[in-house]
Write a protein of this length. Sequence first.
Length: 517
Amino acid sequence: MSIDHEVILNANVITMAAADARCRALAIEHGKIIRIGNAQDMQGLIEAGWPQTDLKGQTVLPGFIDSHQHLMLSGSQDTAVHLNDVSDIEALLDKLADAAASIEPGGWVRGSYLNEQHLAEKRMPTAAELDRMAPNHPTLVMHATCHLCSLNSAAMAMVQPPKRLDGMDMAGNRPTGVFRDPCILTCIHPALGRLIPKSDKIGFLKHAARMALNAGITTAHALDGGDLGPGDTAVIFNNRQQLPISVVCYNQSMDLGEVEALGLPRVGGCICADGAFEAHTAALFEPYADEPDNYGALTYTQAEMDAFILAANRAGLQIAVHCESERSIEQVLWAMEKALRDCPRHDHRHRIEHLELPTEYQIERMARAGIMASMQPAFIPAFIGQTDMALYETLLGNTRLARVHPYRTLLDAGIPISGGSDSPVTPYHPLAGVQAAVNHPNLAQRVSLYEALQMFTTTAAWSAFEEKEKGSIAPGKRADLVALAQDPFNTPQTAIADIDITGVCVAGCWHEVDETR
């Protein structure tokens, strides 16, 4: 519902302007907040006949900002067959076969959200197994991280991967159908992106934007395009007005000409300097505990990363690069340090995405260089282990666990942290991210509830140079709001994610939400 002006009364408004800043009422006109205070402060507007909305004590926060998510990929994965609940490969094949039965021969069968560690076999399905399930359909099974996938023979014939690719699993001289970093980034995702019609892509965008809205998100940083979806950023940018939320585009390409053509002030996102821990492709200084000959993989050479970051920094662009672990962090941090010595910039706000396992020295250097962190606290319950980090202990051993997702250390060093979901890797759900951050299994890395909310409000807005427009509730700012059924400060810290979203306001326009999110 959109109206030109209204007064909101009887609300528990957490403005995020300071840790204890609250009010009871606010006024909105033409999509902006013009006044905050209490009912008495609104009396003149009420007497002038302004419409009133009584929120009956509901809590209001600035609209959440997801500072790292993939809009196109989120829509495509959510409209696929969800495989997060299957227990073994036979059950997976049965579920895909049911879907294939309603698809014309030659049509794609797509599965999503699979974590092979939850299967009895602890592996991805092979092409031979998928062929048995649906021989007349090209079939794709995407891992929850999107850094690992399986294709059947028909799908491989359409994608046409080269005979030898780094990251393509082989059985003798034949591909098994399983693809991982780096070839899933450099070959599979680009090929799949080119096979999807533009009309389908617009449908994916609308679907994903509605998913985000239902989670209380009013602005999404869309890290799309590049190898993960050639041309997708242009599709998002040119159709963003059709979406119910605001979008900030980060084009995931080293092609600065493409960024310039779109008129974007930033470049990057998941320009993947390395892969993912779950796929054993995040780049480590020491090997994986469960694969002692595997150190992960860097996607680019140091020279390639240096040249890209040097040129982007000289062009005045904000730069964001995916680095999950210490070896890729070192490559990108080294390149950023050199670029900033070459062309010093006072307020560049360069971002390292994920930053799951930095060293103490890397954190010190990031602070000196003014480089921020864009992180995803929901990774902890999803992939790491919310109570004991048991999943990552298998991958990293016990010693390195102290450095995993070091929120307290980063904030104490003066490094801003913005929060995201990395959807579709974890669902759109800022409150789940907040809950994960305040309940970090490493007590030394926990943050306060206010600090966790800042990740998805004030700092997230700052991370895209939007702090004057968004991120807090104050006169002159956009009326981006989320209404909650409970006050998170009066909710058990293990139940924050269960708080219902009761309404979302984007630039003064209220939207009903789907409570089944």
